[in-house]
Design a protein around this ligand. Structure first.
Ligand SMILES: C[S@@+](CC[C@H](N)C(=O)[O-])C[C@H]1O[C@@H](n2cnc3c(N)ncnc32)[C@H](O)[C@@H]1O
Length: 222
């Protein structure tokens, strides 16, 4: 039996994957100076055109590599929720936040499919190198859809699944091809609004929630 592309994608999204979580004992690896050259954290954050007062959810924050850049970009009236399912990662972030005296950052211990944020409270959900670790991306994406404000955005950066981009990052077999990721995220109620060409080893995508379908009207209703 052969399946259509759409049917295969539906099955791929429903079937839980076997996630391999980044080992918190290696959190310092995420902070290596050599990463800055290809990760371009300041340029990544600048390209998102954040505003003073914005609320950001850094989902899968890890060591909080992006946290100082995000914190600066939203100012003292804004807030960065540094979210992870591994408490050891959050302990690492808390030390960094204290050292750098970042007053607009809150750490949140989340669950695999639940960011534990309030409904319609977030301007930007930001996920870097996390998607390929998700066991059930559809469930987490549904939660993200509910916590985003109506005009909120979801940014996903993850490793390209081609040999040419293999110099850094997880093994090729753990990566999610860009086209498959886009199809899965769109299936969860988002639409791709921007592809930012900045990074050599990762794709950088911006999504917004699809408008809700208009309620069906019954024949004869006015
Ligand atoms: C490779 S690290 C990336 C960390 C950080 N975003 C960065 O770019 O340096 C992936 C992180 O995502 C976290 N993670 C995996 N699944 C998650 C989920 N469902 N919700 C929140 N965090 C998750 C892991 O615990 C890990 O800390």
């Amino acid at each position: 039996m052969t399946l259509s592309v759409a049917a295969s994608l539906a099955l791929a999204q429903d079937a839980p994957r076997s996630p391999v979580l980044f080992n918190p004992q290696n959190a310092a690896q995420l902070e290596q100076d050599s990463r800055d050259a290809w990760q371009k954290p300041a340029e990544v954050v600048t390209s998102l055109e954040l505003r003073d007062g914005d609320v950001i959810a850094d989902i899968g924050t890890g060591s909080g590599y992006f946290v100082p850049y995000l914190s600066k970009s939203v100012g003292s009236a804004g807030r960065v929720y540094a979210i992870d399912i591994q408490p050891e990662m959050l302990a690492f972030v808390q030390r960094k936040v204290a050292e750098l005296n970042l007053n607009n950052v809150t750490t949140v211990l989340s669950q695999e499919a639940d960011t534990r944020l309030d409904r319609e409270s977030v301007d930007l959900a930001f996920m870097v190198d996390v998607y390929h670790e998700l066991g059930s991306p559809g469930s987490l994406l549904s939660n993200i859809r509910t916590v985003l404000k109506p005009d909120g955005r979801l940014t996903i950066i993850d490793f390209k699944a081609d040999k040419a981009a293999d110099r850094v990052g997880p093994p090729l077999s753990h990566r999610i091809p860009k086209e498959r990721l886009i199809a899965e995220v769109e299936q969860a109620g988002f639409e791709l609004t921007e592809t930012i060409e900045l990074l050599s080893y990762q794709y950088f995508l911006v999504f917004t929630g699809k408008p809700a379908a208009p309620a069906a009207t019954s024949i004869g209703s006015q």
